[in-house]
Design a protein around this ligand. Structure first.
Ligand code: 8ID
Ligand code: ZN
Ligand code: ZN
Length: 349
């Protein structure tokens, strides 16, 4: 009983979405059709809406969304490893070639042929979406689809970023953009991994959330007179955090992090502000042995691990749910920087 039409939020022109009925897509042989119940709204969806990245989307109409949690309702003939009714997630990496040198080493986010949900293929802001069977996230039956949705991009990405940071239990890590979607999950993954977190963001609502999620210190970037000194002072020995996760959608913190991270520290770039660069003095980078690196979502094993942290009850996602029909309102709040945590949309409303 798969309908032929469904509700979706469609980008027909840059900058706005239209809530309308569109045909239900059909899965190819190596794909599944997923009845998306809930989808998180990631800041990446806003970048897609505005077209502010140096990467083309598919031609419009485009359905955004890549934190979709739902159940399998139809299997392509080769998708024998999944079952009808099974809980799955559609993540940013919708599919990859599985054959190139990166895919062979399970670095599938680096695959030049990777398809991206809600960007190069239609995503999860619709009731029925298609994804490659090999790539859909396997969600254990006991997990609640509404609360796990944000794990499917935000959770995987920050979990991977924390692994890339090399931080060890007992280390202090700075989380920049700590009150946003990725940030609020980063605080909890960091806590579950035995790290101390310094949360950096702006405003009292984000301060409250960041402290509730276990940060040892909150630093308000809109109020501090010397952010670099404040971050260093927040570490027990005053030498600065061992690592920093940059999740903010703004260039300035990318320049600051190399100054407050401790010597031999790791600066992990994850946020993707439009037209931004990162630069650091060569002298300091050399004599303080600073590492600057990027981290991009996660592979299928990172996905399974990030989901397992959630299954074990270690990750509570601070989210608000509204109907899919209200997506434009969510985008406006996000644009204004007013979202503490994550918004999730319910595709049935
Ligand atoms: O794989 C990846 N690398 C990946 C995966 C998913 C998302 C990258 N991203 C990118 C998104 O495209 C976006 O550019 O990460 C960025 C953050 O996504 P998000 O967490 O979904 O965005 P948000 O909920 O709007 O949170 C951003 C937070 O940054 C704060 C804001 O106040 C907000 O809470 N922030 C800003 I803007 N400037 C700041 C600053 N100077 C700042 N926090 C501290 N200092
Ligand atoms: Zn995302
Ligand atoms: Zn590949």
């Amino acid at each position: 009983n798969i309908p032929s039409e469904q509700w979706a939020q469609v980008i027909e022109k840059q900058g706005s979405v239209t809530y309308k009925k569109i045909p239900v897509p059909k899965p190819g042989p190596d794909e599944v059709l997923v009845n998306v119940k809930y989808s998180g709204v990631c800041h990446t969806d806003l970048h897609a809406l505005h077209g502010d990245w140096p990467l083309d989307t598919k031609p419009f109409p485009l359905v955004g969304g890549h934190e979709g949690a739902g159940v399998v309702v139809q299997l392509g003939e080769l998708a024998t490893e999944l079952k009808i009714g099974q809980k799955v997630g559609i993540k940013w990496i919708n599919g990859s070639c599985l054959a190139c040198p990166y895919c062979q080493r399970a670095d599938e986010p680096l695959c030049a042929k990777a398809s991206l949900s809600g960007y190069t293929v239609d995503g999860t802001f619709q009731q029925y979406a298609v994804a490659k069977a090999a790539h859909v996230a396997r969600i254990p039956d006991e997990c609640d689809l509404e609360s796990i949705a944000p794990v499917l991009c935000a959770g995987i990405t920050v979990y991977k970023g924390l692994k890339e940071s090399g931080a060890k239990p007992g280390d202090t890590i700075a989380i920049v953009g700590a009150g946003g979607g990725l940030g609020s999950l980063a605080l909890q993954y960091a806590g579950a991994m035995g790290l101390h977190a310094i949360g950096i963001d702006g405003g009292d609502e984000k301060k409250k959330l960041v402290e509730k999620l276990g940060a040892q210190t909150f630093i308000d970037f809109t109020k501090t007179k010397d952010l670099v000194a404040d971050v260093k002072a927040a570490t027990p020995d005053g030498l600065g955090p061992s690592a920093c996760l940059l999740l903010a959608v703004s260039e300035k913190p990318f320049q600051q992090a190399t100054q407050y991270v401790r010597s031999r520290g790791v600066v992990v770039c994850i946020g993707l502000p439009a037209n931004a660069s990162i630069s650091a003095p060569v002298f300091d980078t050399v004599v303080r042995m600073i590492n600057i690196r990027g981290s991009y979502v996660g592979n299928r094993a990172d996905t399974a691990e990030a989901i397992d942290f959630f299954r074990r009850g270690l990750i509570q996602v601070p989210s608000k749910t509204v109907g899919l029909s209200k997506l434009q309102d969510v985008y406006e709040l996000m644009q204004a920087g007013k979202i503490a945590g994550r918004y999730v949309v319910d595709t049935s409303k």
